[in-house]
Write a protein that binds this ligand. Sequence first.
Ligand SMILES: *Cc1c(COP(=O)(O)O)cnc(C)c1O
Length: 454
Amino acid sequence: MSEQVKYLLGEDRIPKAWYNIVADLPEPPPPPLHPGTGKPIGPDDLAPIFPMAVIEQEVSTERWIEIPEPVREIYKLWRPSPLIRARQLERALDTPAKIFFKYEGVSPAGSHKPNTSVAQAYYNKQEGVKRLTTETGAGQWGSSLAFAGSLFDLEVEVYMVKVSYHQKPYRRALMETYGARCIASPSSLTASGRAILEKSPDSTGSLGIAISEAVEMAVQRDDTKYALGSVLNHVLLHQTVIGEEAMLQMADADVEPDVVIGCAGGGSNFAGIAFPYLREKLAGRSHARIVAVEPTSCPTMTKGRYAYDYGDTGHLTPLVKMYTLGASFVPPGFHAGGLRYHGMSPLVSHVLHLGLIEPKAYAQTDCFAAAVQFARSEGIVPAPESSHAVKAAIDEALRCKAEGKAETILFCLSGHGHFDMQAYIDYFAGKLKDVPFDHSALESALAELPMVAE
Ligand SMILES: *Cc1c(COP(=O)(O)O)cnc(C)c1O
């Protein structure tokens, strides 16, 4: 364990700083570009939607960024999150491998997302913001921001993709319990929503549309900002509390991981557990393989192209260099809603491009089978997103068995599935199908990538 890691430890075992991997990368990540000018964007371009403290973190090259004391105070509600050895699963698999998981489902919203929502709400409050807007798909992020808003007395307005708004009433009820306003998107409250409704009154919505609505509401009012729950550098930064804690807990257990695994939608919980270990690896202090897992139906890292692309379907966001399926690619409906993004975080994409991490893709029915096996041995029902990491961990443990190796596996269980039981009902009823990946849809979405001179 490095000196820096020791320095981070508070008496109560919650790290005192987040870790910024940009400080240690062999080459800097390519800059985000302005969609109009094609020039690198500056802090001023982001000022209408994010508070300055968050923008500074977005572009920071400092290695350690102190966690404000009020944020650490709130982290104490559920942090440090448990590091659990999956002994029952090891027994069920009859593997010589040791399997550990870092369980982020103990947070109030049931996932890792409050690690960043609390920090973002804090910085907005510090800068006098009164209201936050955001979008949510399945509702994990919306409820995490709603929770954080309630603690800092901020109004929270969540644009929830209409089909989920109707299909997931419990997530909506959770947001409302925390005092947030939840609006089915597309809505008639915004110009972008009205434009969609005029063309297709029955639109069931999409994340791209919900983002446009939330951003539009944020730029209109001085007292309102926007918050994003994945993908961006500052979000990944806040999630490193997961890996820093895990490293300490693994040291307490006197073990070092040979493999570190996380599921990746936008990349934030994966980066959270992996980037601290990647630092150790780059410094020659760890030999761990680092594995990012995605669904075969939205295979950004394994089938996408590393290119500049828009973050949204409406082409309002900066151009970022990332592994992408093309902003117009629509993944087929499947239940791991949090893994449906067309791109991958620029920082995760960069380390993948540099060959520092391994990507892996699994079909959803295989992931549900793994999740059920996990639930029947460890008792915890994984979120559908997290089941991808569970599947990868089980595969690694079975490889260890075949090779007769007693390796140590560490994975992030990013959340529980208590609000996703309909997906389990559908799985048991045999209704979940693995749709073959549509290569022609990918080709046409990639053909629409913006032309960027590099
Ligand atoms: C949102 C979510 C994800 C995917 O987001 P990342 O930014 O890739 O971590 C994964 N697991 C859970 C439980 C989620 O809620």
